[in-house]
Design a protein around this ligand. Structure first.
Ligand code: TTP
Ligand code: MG
Length: 371
């Protein structure tokens, strides 16, 4: 048997690597005298009157209840004696780049996910989970040696489980979730832990009595699909630990758009709305060929005097449905139709993508009544 057939016969092994309290860890490294103290990086607290938020806090500050995203004024109320530092983005970005380059060299396929986290497909680098554990320790040692920083690593058969696993035992964690333990591992967790379940979706799920991932896994998939479209099916699969998305360098595509300049400027709403429908169809075709889902829709409208407006809307969940795009684009454009203002150009743009490569075939086979 060739080496290739050995490696393709078995399931993949994915790492998710996430740096521990990244910004504050770097501040501790650069200012060793701060080590052991509660440190907060974020907006200027201005003695409790500051606006803006906490970017991150070290574990000492977290013990005082200070968390990322919290208003800095609230952090001050809870921890006025902590050390408050402004962000040093050039440093964070430089170190992030160095770490990402190093992690890339450890992987078959690599995907940076945020400033301090990444997925590594290490399927051909290791034979089994035992070797994967040793390999992850090597990654940790390398980061510690070259950067004097710690990270947490999740090891699992897919990205979703690896990401949740890396968060399980922070800081300096190493958590392995094998396929047969996935549902059990996920069941007690809040639905928010799942990728793509944001605040809005969480609130809707709560209304339906779904609190934990276990509740979601048991829920009727067809009801979820009716309520959330394709995302309903995806999150139901995820709740069961299923995720077929591949580790791949992030798509450079940030948005997809089409524009139309009318042959002659028009006030006719029917002509404009037909144009919007056509643009929506063209955009949607491009999106679905690239196997993407979008979450943001923005329209552009230019009147005959070249006055130009753009207006966008963030949706509750990702979609690629043509009926969604048409409906939202029309609603956004209608606000700009005036009986006496001639329109010269319209445009439709979608952005905030999520990739559906492989996930798409999974969802389709799931819907197919034969299966
Ligand atoms: P995270 O990895 O979410 O947080 P963290 O590294 O600080 O802590 P943890 O040990 O739990 O991983 O985010 C990475 C960096 O991104 C973080 O150091 C600061 C920044 N960030 C913000 O600026 N705002 C935010 O709301 C969050 C969550 C992070
Ligand atoms: Mg982190």
């Amino acid at each position: 048997m060739s080496r290739d057939s050995v490696t393709t016969d078995r399931k993949g092994i994915i790492f998710h690597v996430d740096m521990d309290h990244f910004y504050t860890a770097l501040e501790e490294r650069e200012h060793p005298e701060l080590k052991g103290k509660a440190i907060i990086v974020g907006a200027d607290p201005k003695q409790g009157k500051g606006r803006g938020v906490v970017f991150t806090s070290n574990y000492e500050a977290r013990k005082l209840g200070v968390r990322s995203g919290m208003p800095i004024s609230r952090a001050w109320k809870q921890a006025s004696l902590a050390i408050y530092l402004p962000p040093n983005f050039p440093l964070y970005e430089k170190v992030s780049q160095q770490i990402m380059d190093m992690l890339r060299s450890f992987s078959d396929k690599f995907e940076q996910w945020g400033i301090d986290e990444a997925f590594l497909d290490v399927t051909t680098k290791v034979k089994d989970y035992e070797e994967a554990e040793a390999y992850a320790k090597k990654v940790k040692q390398e980061i510690s040696k070259t950067q004097r920083l710690t990270c947490s690593i999740g090891i699992a058969p897919n990205k979703l489980l690896a990401k949740i696993a890396s968060d399980f035992e922070k800081p300096d964690g190493l958590t392995i979730v094998k396929e047969d333990k996935a549902e059990e591992f996920l069941a007690p967790m809040q639905v928010r832990k799942l990728l793509w379940v944001g605040k809005k979706t969480e609130a809707k799920l709560l209304e339906m009595g779904i609190k934990t991932i276990g509740d979601l896994a048991k829920y009727d998939a067809s009801v979820l699909n009716d309520r959330f479209g394709v995302m309903g099916t995806v999150i139901h699969l995820m709740a069961r630990g299923i995720d077929k998305s591949e580790v791949e360098e992030r798509s450079k595509v940030k948005s997809i758009s089409r524009e139309l300049t009318f042959e002659s400027d028009t006030t006719d709403s029917k002509t404009v709305l037909q144009g919007v429908d056509k643009l929506s169809e063209d955009v949607q075709r491009d999106v679905s060929e690239r196997k993407l889902l979008f979450k943001n829709v923005t329209i552009k409208i230019r009147y005959e005097n070249f006055e130009t407006h753009t207006h966008g809307r963030m949706l509750a969940s990702h979609t690629d449905r043509i009926q969604d795009l048409k409906k939202i684009s029309r609603e956004l454009v209608i606000d700009y139709l005036r009986p006496r203002r001639k329109i010269r150009l319209i445009g439709v743009r979608v952005s905030d993508f999520m990739s559906m490569k492989n996930q798409r075939t999974l969802v389709e086979s799931f819907h197919d009544p034969i299966f």
